[in-house]
Design a protein around this ligand. Structure first.
Ligand code: FE
Length: 346
């Protein structure tokens, strides 16, 4: 099936990043790739523009919320123009696979660039960037030698001192899902129960709010994604810089399995009308060129090794990554929901 201009122009939200005329005339076959993305960063647009300049393949971009885009691809069915689905969080990519919207891709370039633990084993989806779920602590009230692992935050010494956002958040769900995979459901539930007992307050706000609560002394340690701290460190706002001044980042579980990471990633949509262009696009995203741009622009880690990091992120130091395969997060999610409920993690 060939995608046509007429069909594309009928899609109100499908935004062309190239030049396209929607005024009648002959429908020339042209080289396109249709990307449905739940990742909303300026750097993505920058790279998509670069991709078109390099390859001549125009990108039509439809942005939306992940579950809405998955639903849309399902309801469009065989008629879906979607070639590639991009999303943040392995749990969501898992949900997309469960919704049967992906087809497996075998590509040497993708398999070489994306470490095995950061992609779905059969090629249904691949990591694009990673983010680590770290501890941020108040440097007045905590010394780094008091910190060790996620598990240790459930110990009595942390009573009334821990902040973390709600368990409904997918970042926490993926962390808990990874723990089920590595330490088992029973130990994970024990941990979640102890963690909730140590909360300084009922979960509220996002990761930035947890960092600010640590800086303000409302809690001594928080579990957050590393890039939020990096984002504050680059802010022009005095209160953001003040929060950074009063806190530091710690990578947990370095003496054991490593720090939990999550991914943003992508997969090829089942029945993609432009499969070759889709593979070209996906391979471009993990190329050293694109991975460097991701690393330098968004405070994330590239999936490809040997790519230079953003200076603020590099300063956090190198760390051991938990090698559990990212598919575990979504696979264990039904158990996660039960465990956090029983633990009373709001
Ligand atoms: Fe985030």
């Amino acid at each position: 099936m060939k995608i046509t201009r007429r069909r594309l122009c009928g899609l109100a939200l499908l935004v062309s990043l190239g030049v396209v005329s929607c005024q009648g005339g002959a429908e020339e076959a042209e080289s396109v790739v249709n990307v449905y993305s739940a990742r909303h960063y300026d750097v993505d647009i920058e790279l998509y523009t670069q991709f078109t300049a390099d390859t001549g393949i125009r990108i039509n971009l439809l942005e939306g919320k992940p579950d809405e885009l998955i639903e849309r691809i399902k309801s469009e069915g065989d008629q879906s123009p979607a070639d590639v689905f991009v999303a943040v969080d392995a749990g969501r990519l898992w949900r997309a696979q469960e919704a049967d919207i992906f087809q497996p891709v075998q590509s040497e370039a993708l398999n070489a660039a994306v470490p095995e633990n950061l992609r779905e084993p059969d090629g249904h989806w691949f990591g694009l960037t990673t983010r680590s779920r770290v501890l941020v602590y108040n440097t007045d009230s905590v010394t780094p030698d008091e910190l060790s692992s996620y598990e240790a935050l459930a110990e009595p010494q942390w009573e009334g001192r821990v902040c973390v956002r709600s368990s409904g958040n997918v970042y926490n769900q993926s962390l808990v899902g990874s723990m089920i995979e590595t330490i088992g459901a029973e130990a994970t539930e024990e941990w979640a129960t102890g963690l909730v007992e140590n909360f300084a307050r009922a979960p509220e706000g996002g990761d930035i709010d947890q960092i600010k609560a640590v800086a303000a002394g409302q809690c001594d340690v928080a579990i957050v994604n590393h890039y939020y701290w990096a984002r504050l460190a680059k802010s022009d706002d005095e209160s953001d810089l003040d929060a950074v001044e009063k806190t530091a980042v710690f990578f947990p579980n370095q003496d054991g399995r490593g720090t939990h990471v999550n991914i943003s990633g992508f997969g090829m949509v089942k029945g993609a009308p432009n499969p070759e262009n889709a593979v070209t696009f996906m391979e471009f995203l993990v190329s050293p060129e694109a991975q460097t741009v991701f690393a330098q622009s968004n405070n994330e880690y590239p999936v490809a090794p040997d790519v230079e990091l953003d200076p603020v992120v590099a300063e956090l130091g190198q760390f051991k990554v938990d090698a559990v395969n990212v598919t575990a997060y979504g696979r264990n999610n039904p158990q996660v929901t039960e465990i956090v409920d029983r633990a009373g993690w709001e």
